[in-house]
Design a protein around this ligand. Structure first.
Ligand code: TXA
Ligand code: MG
Length: 316
């Protein structure tokens, strides 16, 4: 449903976000498919709507830097870039705070999160309205199906997402038309992970020379994050029962035995399972067990992304 982005529609969109629904909205770069970043089920629905075969970390948006400062630790370089380019087409990847409200699914269970303050007036009004009644943090990838082009008009969102297109706030064509520049500030030298609306030269003028992903390294895909997927405990998939000293990640019926059982979804709901995935894995990886046995999970819909994450965790 495409709706002209007047005050009433923006208030309605904020209310929908607070209720865990998805809202597509214009930013100055491309349209985003937004969910309350603090609501894991809402975030799971974003992946479902996009048909993404894996859980990429999502960008957290807010109308000003305040709510983002509660999520990640800004260093001097982040302050410099935020001062120079926010609101605007720049995304910063920074270390996550322990008490961050963003759901683990939003950042794919990683110890860092990406944050941005968009400049588009509709995006800012929506985010400000949502900060009044909710977390004020919106996780939003581009509002297209996986592998499709990023949408620069409301009609593109509907054309790409089809029946999965939610409430779409129409703010006309986006001005920048390419995605935000992503700067990784989690390591020593800043790295530009994705070129975008802010030029590399403009960033280097402030921070000095920046790196780039190594050749052959998938720039933003979780592939570059491979080290974070290494399990702290051996994991075996398609297990019907746990051994005595194993933990068990259940999906549906719960077997007896094992030392710690966590259920992704007792009712076999894949949206619920995706919402629980990273929290459960984190608890299992830190538990006093020798390994993790994982129940069979269907590879349909969100199940494909869930199994992708588990397979990479189980790989030697
Ligand atoms: O302009 C934009 O950035 C748009 C608008 C809606 O803000 N958003 C956007 O999101 O392009 P998306 O999800 O389509 O692309 C974001 C990219 C993904 O490739 C993701 O893997 C990467 O950024 N990314 C997000 N958070 C990250 C993180 N914590 N670490 C590394 N890469 C990250
Ligand atoms: Mg995208």
């Amino acid at each position: 449903m495409i709706v002209a982005a007047d005050d009433r529609a923006i208030a309605e969109a904020a209310r929908r976000l607070a209720e865990g629904e998805l809202v597509a909205f214009p930013t100055e770069t491309v349209y985003g498919l937004g969910a309350d970043a603090a609501n894991a089920r809402a975030v799971a629905r974003v992946f479902e709507a996009k048909g993404r075969p894996r859980f990429n970390p999502l960008i957290n948006h807010a109308h000003e830097s305040g709510p983002l400062r509660a999520e990640v630790a800004f260093d001097a370089r982040a302050e410099t870039l935020a001062e120079a380019f926010w609101p605007g087409p720049l995304t910063l990847v920074l270390p996550k705070r322990d008490d961050a409200r963003g759901a683990s699914l939003t950042h794919a269970g990683l110890p860092y999160m990406s944050v941005r303050v968009p400049a588009h007036p509709v995006a800012r009004d929506l985010l400000a309205a949502f900060a009044e009644i909710g977390s004020g943090l919106v996780a939003a990838p581009s509002a297209n199906r996986s592998m499709h082009l990023s949408p620069t008009a409301a009609e593109h969102v509907v054309a790409s997402l089809g029946a999965a297109a939610p409430f779409v706030l129409n703010g006309g064509r986006t001005g920048v038309g390419v995605e935000s520049t992503i700067v990784d500030l989690t390591a020593g030298t800043p790295r530009i992970l994705r070129p975008g609306g802010v030029a590399r030269e403009a960033i280097e003028a402030l921070l000095g020379p920046c790196g780039a992903p190594a050749p052959g390294e998938a720039p933003m895909a979780p592939g570059m994050l491979a080290r974070h997927y290494a399990p702290r405990r051996p994991m075996r998939l398609d297990a019907l029962t746990p051994r005595e000293d194993e933990g068990y990640l259940a999906f549906g019926p719960e077997p007896a035995g094992g030392r710690l059982l966590l259920n992704l979804s007792p009712s076999r709901d894949l949206v619920e399972a995706a919402a629980n995935l990273f929290d459960h894995l984190h608890r299992l990886e830190n538990a006093d067990i020798v390994g993790i046995a994982v129940a069979p999970i269907p590879e349909t819909g969100l199940g494909a992304a869930i199994v992708d994450r588990l397979r990479r965790g189980a790989a030697p």
